[in-house]
Design a binder for this molecule. Structure first.
Ligand SMILES: Nc1ncnc2c1ncn2[C@@H]1O[C@H](COP(=O)(O)OP(=O)(O)OP(=O)(O)O)[C@@H](O)[C@H]1O
Length: 290
């Protein structure tokens, strides 16, 4: 399996730094969630990895070879994004054939089944499709293309709840049949929480978290109890946010808890990914150690 590595990737637009040294090794056959607030640099990163835009510095390598203008490596990657790369006059079935030609293969049987399930007319012209159906044909391409790395930038844009559900189920089915790496950039954290295995969170152009979902959740705690006890218990821990509920205090902790004895009045719960993401990327509640 091909190894894809990003090393110290930077991107500047004029004086503005969008990516500030991103180093990530994407593991084979793994479903990633790529999370970040608006403008964090997710799309920029995916466009650099797939050679659509150049990095200002750093490298992206597949099997230790730079991917820039490396057709062999680029054939192993497919980026589905809002950008409309195909001629608006092309019909959907022509796009499937064009993709097969570019990638040296395509699962036409699956594409035809999915088009039927999603209610997509494969004879319709690209330029005449609604936003939702444009996302749908691109998703079908992403699921049927024989590449090892599939990048999905806001894949469910414009899809109704039924179609989003169908997409996630189909993704899991095709992943079970033919494992490969998916990197899903999205703001719909709750929807992908149950399918992703690893998590990359970007904040202002840098990687804040690169870990398995399991490890990340094991490090994410909600500490709840009376103000003074919670403050004493969390002193020295990595508190990433807090809230007060009358006499009660909630502190969100990301990282190891120490060996202090937990008072009877204080409770520790787990935190879900969405809450963790909000607290980690909140501007006011930035990471701080008390
Ligand atoms: N061509 C460009 N010229 C100048 N600035 C750009 C260009 N493309 C992106 N940017 C800026 O780079 C930053 C990161 O944008 P990017 O689209 O990568 O973020 P994102 O994390 O995908 O955001 P969102 O979740 O809102 O889609 C933004 O501030 C954006 O305005």
């Amino acid at each position: 399996m091909n190894e894809l590595k990003l090393t110290e990737v930077k991107k500047h637009y004029g004086n503005k730094s969008v990516l500030d040294g991103v180093t990530v090794q994407l593991q084979p056959n793994t479903i990633y969630g790529l999370l970040g607030r608006n403008g964090a640099g997710k799309s920029t990163l995916l466009n650099i990895v797939t050679n659509r835009i150049p990095a200002t510095a750093g490298s992206v390598t597949m099997n230790d070879r730079d991917v820039t203008n490396n057709d062999e490596a680029l054939q192993q990657m497919y980026l589905m994004s809002e950008a409309n790369l195909y001629n608006p006059r092309l019909r959907v079935n022509e796009i499937f054939k064009e993709t097969a030609r570019m990638y040296g293969g395509f699962n036409f049987g699956l594409a035809s089944r999915l088009a039927h399930e999603f209610g997509l007319n494969v004879n319709a012209r690209n330029g005449k499709l609604s936003t939702g159906y444009r996302s749908i044909y691109k998703l079908i391409v992403a699921l049927c293309v024989p590449a090892d790395y599939i990048f999905l930038d806001e894949p469910t844009l414009g899809l109704d709840a039924n179609h989003r559900d169908l997409f996630y189920r189909t993704l899991m089915d095709t992943y079970a049949e033919r494992p490969r790496t998916f990197v899903i950039a999205t703001h719909l954290i709750e929807e992908i929480a149950h399918i992703i295995e690893r998590l990359v969170i970007i904040k202002t152009g840098s990687v804040l978290v690169d870990s398995s979902v399991e490890e990340t959740l094991a490090q994410s705690h909600v500490i709840l109890g009376p103000q003074a006890e919670v403050a004493a218990y969390t002193a020295g821990l990595n508190v990433i946010g807090e809230e007060s509920l009358g006499q009660l205090k909630v502190r969100y902790v990301y990282g190891a808890l120490d060996d202090k004895i937990l008072p009877d009045t204080v409770r520790i719960d787990g935190m879900d990914l969405q809450k963790l993401f909000i607290e980690l990327t909140n501007e006011e509640g930035d990471e701080h150690v008390i």
